[in-house]
Design a protein around this ligand. Structure first.
Ligand code: SF4
Length: 695
């Protein structure tokens, strides 16, 4: 047998923020065998349904393989020159804030770094935001308020050392399945208790010791009550509280809040408080049910207040753990991919930080004011303030709230560039210029998962057609705009070295994010880089934060933040009597551009649906599998009824995945209201109001 030996390459899953390691073996026919990497600390060989089906999604049938300008295939030279010219002309005529980049947690860190540098350092605008704004911006804001920087204190190992795990707004069983498998294994080994706080009964509630089906948006009241009761029961940590400020105001506010807004039975609330009081090792895992709310930042701080006041933070088995949605949401935060951040956790509003970054990048200035966050960015596209828009690896015409209005805004924009792996998305169809990107399996770089572990994604398949990595597209546009030296990168390894060196400046400013210990990696070292948890500096590697009581505010103390319950912005009433919750299903990912390619993933839940309570369905004359019409002040969607008491009366749930390409009537974000958290700018994607009727 003279067949070539098959080489297996270590990489990272394309999907969620768990960041599982995968072993990829090309089958020689363009496909891939995919197995879990037993050596990766996130998954230790496990994979979920989506990860294990990755090999079924790497075909080329759907791919964009050449640049396209105004509907005609062309070469890179024409396409990139046009992009550079139009961005430069728009800036010259209308100022730098007339352009914007809208990027994605699907980008690798090196791509993200170049995009942020191009916008904030050289185009002169902070108008770069990311779909991570829809994912975990409230966690960023809450952690910065509490800790002085956006730090995840805990690690995944804490799930195995905890005695009590509280899942808040997290259907971990479906959305972070491998972490949930770790939780179940820990429970079997050490009888870990599990509490689920969620208005909806999800797969994560199976086997929970306590389920708290609270009213949508009332989490602040629950955690305020927890804080007040722990105080009255003498269960706070007076020693640790010396490392904090704001306790008196926070406690007073907590004692003032009204638990009745949660709709929970008093005995369940007391059971929750007892579990906290009786278990020293508590991990609170929180996700989109917390973040995607007009009170998202306050919810995060209500949770952090309880951990800080009890000293349950940064210790083995003990602390708050935000789990992110996307494969590189954390990497995007680290490079400053949000409109209100700089790079490496440096602060846009700090003149010394701006000056240091300006000198490092060799640019004239860095914007002082934050740019437009996602919802405001698309409003500015709609009213003509933004005249040139570059969308990279995301599909805002489907995934933004008020999606019909966003689609029309993009359609009306003077100049729209879309970089993606396919032209078959609602947003790509609106582009003036389409730039073909290399996809997962073909591109190389790093991602950071939810517990700060940086992992390599490695190329194992050839780049098809004329596709190029995103960093190369961005750097070439930077060079053609006249910034030759700043974007003269030969490889993603070179970009990573620069980024790691910049983080050393952040470290010298006393920031948490410092990976300067990786700044000297040569190409071989970068290629061989094993998973490593940041920080990686001369003084420390990995570990947890804050058990020593040292935080990142100027005085070194944490802040307890007084927060009061606020209801969701949209009000249920006679015209719109239902509260609409949206979210993921187990086997689909985002707007399905990849997962829809796998028949076995499509078999799980094959079409969009609306979960509605049996009594509500009966009142409306809706029978099993009937089509339902959802109307909201923003728009309309049509979905098939799934009658279930998983949702409470007055509430309905719909998945977020289907698009104009896959089910044009079921674009659920067309009915979601574009209201945001005033602190984080994150949309309230789980508490719109709708009318439901039988079609
Ligand atoms: Fe991929 Fe997330 Fe599943 Fe792991 S848990 S295999 S990262 S989708």
């Amino acid at each position: 047998d003279d067949a070539e030996p098959r080489v297996t390459v270590k990489s990272t899953c394309a999907y969620c923020g768990v960041g599982c390691g995968v072993l990829l073996t090309p089958d020689g026919k363009g496909g891939l065998e995919v197995r879990g990497d037993p050596d990766h600390p996130a998954n230790r060989g496990r994979l979920c349904s989506k990860g294990s089906a990755l090999g079924e999604t790497v075909g080329l049938a759907h791919r964009l393989l050449a640049p396209v300008v105004n509907g005609r295939a062309t070469g890179w030279d024409d396409a990139l020159q046009l992009v550079a010219d139009r961005f430069r002309e728009t800036i010259a005529e209308h100022g730098p804030d007339a352009v914007a980049l809208y990027v994605s947690g699907q980008l690798l860190t090196e791509d993200y770094y170049v995009a942020n540098k191009l916008a904030k350092g050289f185009m002169g605008t902070a108008n770069i935001d990311t779909n991570s704004r829809l994912c975990m911006a409230s966690t960023v804001a809450g952690q910065r308020r509490a800790f002085g920087t956006d730090t995840v204190p805990q690690t995944y190992e804490d799930l195995e050392e905890a005695d009590l795990i509280v899942l808040v707004g997290s259907n971990m069983a479906w959305c972070h399945p491998v972490l949930y498998q770790r939780v179940l294994a820990a429970r079997a080994a050490r009888r870990t208790k599990i509490v689920v706080v969620d208005p909806r009964r999800t797969a994560s509630c199976d086997g929970a010791d306590l389920r708290l089906a609270l009213e949508p948006g009332s989490d602040v009241a629950l955690f305020n009550r927890l804080l007040a009761d722990l105080y009255e029961g003498g269960a706070l940590d007076a020693t640790f509280l010396r490392h904090t400020e704001g306790f008196d105001e926070t406690l007073a506010q907590a004692m003032n809040d009204d638990i009745s807004v949660t709709g929970l039975a008093e005995e369940d609330v007391q059971a929750f408080v007892r579990l906290w009081r009786d278990n020293e090792k508590v991990v609170t895992v929180f996700s989109q049910g917390v973040n995607q709310s007009s009170a998202g930042s306050d919810k995060v701080n209500a949770i952090l207040n309880c951990h800080l006041a009890t000293g349950r933070i940064g210790k083995p088995g003990c602390g708050p753990l935000s789990v992110t949605g996307q494969p590189n949401a954390m990497g995007g935060r680290e490079v400053g991919g949000l409109a209100n951040m700089l790079a490496c956790h440096l602060d846009l509003e700090n003149a010394d930080h701006r000056a240091a970054v300006r000198d490092f990048w060799g640019c004239d200035r860095v914007p002082e004011a934050p740019g437009l966050k996602a919802v405001d960015m698309f409003r500015a596209v709609g009213d003509g303030r933004i005249k040139a828009l570059w969308v990279i690896h995301t599909n805002p015409a489907v995934s933004m709230p008020d999606a019909d209005a966003v689609r029309e805004a993009i359609r009306g924009c003077d100049f729209v560039v879309v970089s993606d792996v396919t032209a078959a998305t609602d947003t790509a169809r609106l582009a003036d210029v389409l730039l073909p990107a290399t996809a997962w399996g073909e591109k190389s770089g790093t991602v950071t998962n939810s517990d700060r572990t940086i992992s390599r994604q490695r190329a194992v398949l050839p780049a098809p057609g004329l596709t190029r990595p995103d960093w190369a597209q961005l750097a070439e546009v930077g060079r053609r705009m006249g910034f030759k030296n700043a974007f003269d990168y030969a490889s993603e390894a070179e970009i990573f070295r620069e980024y790691a060196a910049l983080s050393g400046i952040a470290g010298r400013f006393g920031k948490d994010f410092d990976i300067s210990g990786l700044a000297g990696l040569d190409r071989a070292g970068y290629d061989a880089l094993p998973p490593v948890r940041w920080p990686v500096s001369a003084t420390r590697t990995g570990g947890r934060f804050f058990a020593d009581g040292q935080f990142y505010h100027a005085d070194g103390k944490a802040r307890l933040v007084p927060v009061a319950w606020r209801p969701p912005v949209a009000k249920v009433g006679p015209r719109y009597p239902f509260r609409l919750n949206t979210g993921r299903i187990r086997d689909q990912w985002h707007t399905m551009t990849r997962t829809a390619l796998s028949p076995r993933l499509a078999a799980h839940l094959a079409e969009p649906f609306l979960e509605i309570h049996p009594e509500d369905a009966a009142d409306l004359g809706i029978g099993l599998a009937d089509l339902c019409v959802l109307d909201s002040p923003q728009g309309r969607a049509i979905l098939r009824a799934r009658i279930t008491d998983d949702v409470l009366r007055g509430q309905v749930f719909a998945p977020m995945h289907w698009t104009g390409e896959t089910a044009p009537a079921a674009r659920i974000d067309a009915v979601v209201a574009p209201v945001v958290d005033p602190v984080s700018g994150q949309p309230e994607s789980k508490a719109s109001v709708v009318k439901v009727s039988r079609m």
